[in-house]
Write a protein that binds this ligand. Structure first.
Ligand code: PMP
Length: 374
């Protein structure tokens, strides 16, 4: 099997799975219990919180473990919208967000919030002039995805923060960093809120991160005991797995990026030789994600044909399969191009041999399916 869909989800690293199993059996006590088993679990929980906040260079109180980026995005957008509605009802998001952000915005519209969608340049970066124009006195929140899940285009968050501050430094900036964490350097000073998922960094599914800078007002969406934003009994084994996966994924980040860049270049060089396909890429794309449009071949047909070679790639994102790619539409305003995208996403675990087999299979499948159109 050749797995090239790492942006949809990653396999759990064996050492992370070992931690998960160990914590599940040896630390089953509820961290909220007063007895020694509870204290032992609570100590481990605090260690994991310390490790994550140290790795991200944030304070312990600024992080919450959630079930994933979808939940974190909900807390970030709905929670801050509600908490700050006395200051205004206007929210701005980019046209290169994950579908979960748009669905949350659709909900916010039903409860009286006004949503604007900021344009991007041809290179996929936020159009600063349009952003300045769209900021109003009533703007309370802006959400910009750090790395677009379909095309890998990375936003210059620090510059975006500076542009926003020049207009109104009270505006809260959220960034969905799900596709950026563990792949590129992130500076948590660049935003006020952030969301991420563990299963994109080789941890199990069902664990995510919500970051909220101290002092930012955000209303909880769930009520119970324990953590303010994600109440209830902490999922200790998942939290420890997340902290371990995060530590491993941040270790030697630039070395890992070099490996992925090598594979990226090899694949892109092959795609550039194929006349019929379009590469949806800009100088801001990170190497981990390659997006192309097949133009005259249905992505589903292509993906299933590749699957017969035991090669796994994806169309759009895992969360919006078989629909028009909103990101590619936002970049090129070309329906055919946006309807026929496929995504190949790479990891530092990917081997040269896998890239060679992928390229051969891709070329064979493409030639066969393309010739059916003649
Ligand atoms: N944001 C981005 C950028 C994503 O890529 C994803 C997952 N595809 C999500 C949010 C949602 O993450 P999850 O499904 O883990 O909640």
């Amino acid at each position: 099997m050749i797995y090239l869909d790492y942006s949809a989800t990653t396999p759990v690293l064996p050492e992370v799975l070992d931690s998960y199993n160990k914590v599940t059996t040896d630390f089953f006590g509820n961290p909220n219990s007063l007895h020694s088993l509870g204290i032992k679990s609570n100590d481990l929980l605090n260690n994991a919180i310390n490790q994550v906040s140290e790795l991200l260079n944030v304070n312990n109180e600024e992080i919450t473990f959630t079930s994933g980026a979808t939940e974190s995005n909900n807390i970030a957008l709905i929670g801050t919208a509600i908490a700050n509605k006395n200051k205004g009802n206007h929210i701005i998001v980019s046209k290169l967000e994950h579908p979960s952000i748009y669905n949350i915005c659709d909900y916010l519209k039903t409860i009286g919030f006004d949503i604007s969608y900021v344009d991007n340049t041809e290179e996929g970066v936020i159009d600063f002039e349009d952003l300045k124009k769209k900021i109003k006195d009533t703007t309370i929140l802006i959400s910009i995805c750090a790395v677009n899940s379909e095309t890998g285009i990375r936003q210059p968050l620090r510059t975006i923060r500076q542009v926003i501050n020049k207009c109104n430094n009270k505006i809260i900036l959220h960034s969905d960093i799900t596709q950026a964490l563990g792949k590129v350097q992130i500076n948590f000073n660049d935003f006020d809120l952030a969301s991420a998922s563990g299963h994109k960094i080789y941890a199990p599914k069902g664990i995510g991160l919500f970051y909220k800078k101290k002092g930012i007002k955000c209303t909880p969406l769930l009520y119970g005991s324990g953590n303010i934003y994600h109440p209830g009994t902490p999922s200790l084994a998942l939290i420890v797995s997340f902290s371990k996966a995060l530590r491993i994924s941040l270790h030697e980040l630039s070395k890992k990026t070099d490996i992925v860049t090598k594979w990226n270049e090899k694949i892109l060089n092959n795609f550039k030789k194929i006349e019929g396909i379009k590469i949806n890429h800009s100088k801001y794309s990170i190497p981990h994600i390659i997006n192309i449009s097949l133009m005259d071949i249905k992505p589903e047909t292509f993906i299933h044909a590749m699957e017969r070679h035991e090669i796994y790639i994806s169309s759009n994102t895992a969360c919006s399969s078989n629909k028009l790619s909103t990101s590619v539409m936002a970049l090129y305003n070309d329906k055919k191009r946006a309807e026929t995208t496929i995504r190949i996403s790479l990891s530092c675990l990917t081997k040269l041999e896998e890239i060679n087999v992928f390229i051969n299979a891709f070329n064979g499948v493409y030639e066969k399916l393309h010739s059916l159109n003649d």
